[in-house]
Design a protein around this ligand. Structure first.
Ligand code: KIV
Ligand code: ZN
Length: 511
C-alpha cells in the first residue's frame, strides 16, 4: 500500500494560546504564524475570532498575510460566530471555518443545556451556514471520546451531509487510550455514511500523557490530519506535541505507512520561539526539543556515537535544525572532548588537551553537567594562556570580604618578577576591591578601559567569562579574558593577565 500524506493542523495560536499564562502579544502571534508557514504546516488555526477584538484582528492579519498554509478560525455552532469567523479569515489564500458542538451527554446536559435533537439542529444549521461561505469546513463533535457512539455517528453524519470536508475527533479531556481511540476512528469509518469523502482528524489532549500515542493510533486507523501544538502547549496538560508526532512519522514512516509535509529543520526554532513568547519553559528531557534530547553523557554512549552516530541516535538533530551536543559530565572521557574540539577547529597538543580535560572534569565535579559552550571557553583560555615560566606576574591567592553592612575589601598575594608581593584594597564592590589591591601590590600605573562580564552558560553555577581591557602608562592597550566559576577570581585573573602582558611587552620600570 502506498504511503499516505498526513496533514498537520497546528493549533498553537488557538488551543495553545488559550491555556492560562500562554498569552502572546499581537506581534508575537504574527511571528509565530510566519514560523508555522516556514515549517510548512498544512493548517494554522489562528484563533477564535469571536472571543475578543484582539483575537479577531490577529486572525484577520494572519489570514491576510498567509501564503502557504490554510488558515482556520474557530466558531461555536451559532450564526454570530460563523459570520465573524468568516470575516476574519476570508482574506486567506485557503480559508477554513472550524465549527464545533459537544456530543457527550455530560457536556450537553450541564454545559450547553441542550437536548441531543437541539444539538443536531445546531450542527446542521452551522455547517450549512459555514459551507455557504467557504468550501473548507471542519466540524468537531467536542468530547467525542466520551460520547454515545450512536449519537456521535449521527452528529457526524449530519455535518457531512451539510457540507463538512473535515471531521475532527477531539479527545477533549485526554481520557482515551491508543487502542480505544483507534477503535473509535475505525468505528466512525465503518458506521457513518459519506465518511469516505471527508478527512478524519485527531485532536488529543494530554491529561494522561497519551496525546501523541492517541494521535498516532488515529493515523494507524485511517486519520488523515493531526491537530497539535508546538511544545504540546494547550489546555491543562496540553495537546499532542507537533514535534513529537511529526518526528514519529518521519522516523517510523515505514511503520505508519505515512508522512507529513513538514520542513522539520524549522522545528527547533519554532519550539524556542513559542517557549520564549509564552514563558513556558521546555523541560530538559522533552522528546525532540528538550535541551537533553540529543545530549549523550555516559562515556559508553559517547564512545559509540563517535564511532557511528546510529549506535545511539535514532534521529539526526540536524533534522530539526539543531546540532548534536556532547554534554560532559564526570563520566565522560578525554576522547569525546578531543573529538568535539577538533570538529570545532581546535588544534591541540597533548599537554593542552590534558589541561583542558582536567579543567573540564574539575568543572563537571562542581557543576554536574558541562555544556559545549563551557568546553569551548575552557579550551580557548588554555590555548591563549601563557606558560608559567614566561610570566612576570602571577596570582597566588586572594580573599575578599563583602556584605550588606561592610565596605568591600580584598587581600591579594602575587608573584611579581619572582618575588612575593601583597596588598589590601577597598572598592565599591568585591571586584573593584580586588582591582585596587592588585594595583597597589604591583605599583604599576594602569587605567581600566573596559570590563565585561558574561555567564558562559545559564544558571547560578555558570562559568563567568571576564574580559578586561587596560591601558598602561605608555598608552598601550591590552585585553585579556579569564574564565572561572567565581566571578571575583575570573576578574582578578583577567586583570593580572593584562598587566602581565604589558610587563612582558617591555615595561620593567616598576618598583
Ligand atoms: O479540545 C477540544 O475539544 C477542542 C475543540 C474546540 C476542537 O479544542
Ligand atoms: Zn482542544
Amino acid at each position: 500500500m502506498e504511503s499516505r500524506r498526513v496533514s498537520i493542523f497546528d493549533t498553537t495560536l488557538r488551543d495553545g494560546e488559550q491555556c492560562p499564562g500562554a498569552t502572546m502579544t499581537h506581534q508575537e502571534k504574527m511571528t509565530v504564524a510566519a514560523q508555522l508557514e516556514k515549517l510548512r504546516v498544512d493548517v494554522i488555526e489562528a484563533g477564535f475570532p469571536v472571543a475578543s477584538e484582539d483575537d479577531f484582528k490577529a486572525v484577520k492579519e494572519i489570514a491576510d498575510r498567509s501564503s502557504y498554509s490554510t488558515i482556520a478560525g474557530l466558531a461555536r455552532a451559532i450564526d454570530r460566530d460563523i459570520d465573524r469567523t468568516w470575516d476574519a479569515i476570508r482574506g486567506a489564500r485557503r480559508p477554513r471555518i472550524h465549527t464545533f458542538m459537544s456530543s457527550s451527554d455530560i457536556q450537553l446536559k450541564y454545559q450547553f443545556k441542550k437536548t441531543k435533537a437541539q444539538a443536531l439542529d445546531m450542527v446542521k444549521a452551522a455547517v450549512k451556514r459555514a459551507s455557504d461561505y467557504c468550501d473548507d469546513v471542519e466540524f468537531s463533535p467536542m468530547d467525542a471520546t466520551r460520547s454515545d457512539p450512536d449519537f456521535l455517528y449521527r452528529i457526524i453524519g449530519c455535518a457531512i451531509d451539510r457540507g463538512a470536508s473535515v471531521i475532527n475527533i477531539p479527545d477533549t479531556v485526554g481520557y482515551s487510550t491508543p487502542e480505544e481511540f483507534a477503535g473509535l476512528i475505525r468505528s466512525i469509518r465503518e458506521n457513518v455514511e459519506g465518511v469516505d469523502s471527508v478527512v478524519i482528524s485527531t485532536h488529543c489532549h494530554n491529561d494522561l500523557g497519551m496525546a501523541v500515542a492517541n494521535s498516532l493510533a488515529g493515523v494507524e486507523a485511517g486519520a488523515g490530519q493531526i491537530e497539535c501544538t508546538i511544545n504540546g502547549i494547550g489546555e491543562r496538560a496540553g495537546n499532542a506535541s507537533l514535534e513529537e508526532v511529526v518526528m514519529a512519522l518521519k522516523t517510523r514512516g515505514e511503520f505508519y505507512n505515512a508522512y507529513t509535509g513538514i520542513n522539520t529543520k524549522e522545528i527547533f526554532k519554532a519550539s524556542r520561539m513559542v517557549s520564549d513568547f509564552t514563558g513556558f519553559a521546555v523541560q530538559p528531557n522533552k522528546a525532540i526539543v528538550g535541551r537533553n534530547a540529543f545530549a549523550h553523557e555516559s562515556g559508553i554512549h559517547q564512545h559509540g556515537l563517535l564511532v557511528n552516530k546510529k549506535t545511539y541516535e535514532i534521529m539526526n538533530p540536524e533534522m530539526i535544525g539543531k546540532h548534536s551536543e556532547i554534554v560532559i559530565g564526570k563520566h565522560s572521557g578525554r576522547h569525546a572532548i578531543e573529538k568535539r574540539l577538533s570538529e570545532l577547529g581546535f588544534k591541540l597538543g597533548e599537554k593542552q588537551l590534558s589541561e583542558i580535560t582536567g579543567k573540564v572534569k574539575a568543572l563537571a565535579d562542581k557543576k554536574k553537567m558541562v555544556e559545549e559552550s563551557d568546553i569551548i571557553a575552557i579550551a580557548s583560555s588554555v590555548v591563549g594562556s601563557v606558560p608559567d615560566e614566561k610570566r612576570r606576574l602571577k596570582l597566588i591567592s586572594l580573599s575578599v570580604r563583602t556584605g550588606t553592612d561592610e565596605k568591600p575589601s580584598a587581600k591579594v598575594k602575587l608573584e611579581l618578577h619572582n618575588k612575593i608581593v601583597e596588598a589590601v584594597g577597598n572598592g565599591l564592590g568585591p571586584v573593584d576591591a580586588v582591582a585596587d589591591a592588585i594595583k597597589k601590590a604591583v605599583r604599576y600605573k594602569i587605567v581600566l578601559k573596559e570590563y565585561n562580564l558574561k555567564a558562559v552558560t545559564g544558571g547560578t553555577n555558570a562559568l563567568a567569562n571576564v574580559v578586561i581591557t587596560i591601558a598602561d602608562r605608555k598608552g598601550r592597550i591590552y585585553t585579556c579574558e579569564a574564565l572561572h566559576e567565581d566571578v571575583v577570581i575570573a576578574s582578578a585573573n583577567a586583570l593580572v593577565d593584562s598587566i602581565d602582558k604589558s610587563l612582558r611587552a617591555g615595561d620593567r620600570n616598576i618598583h
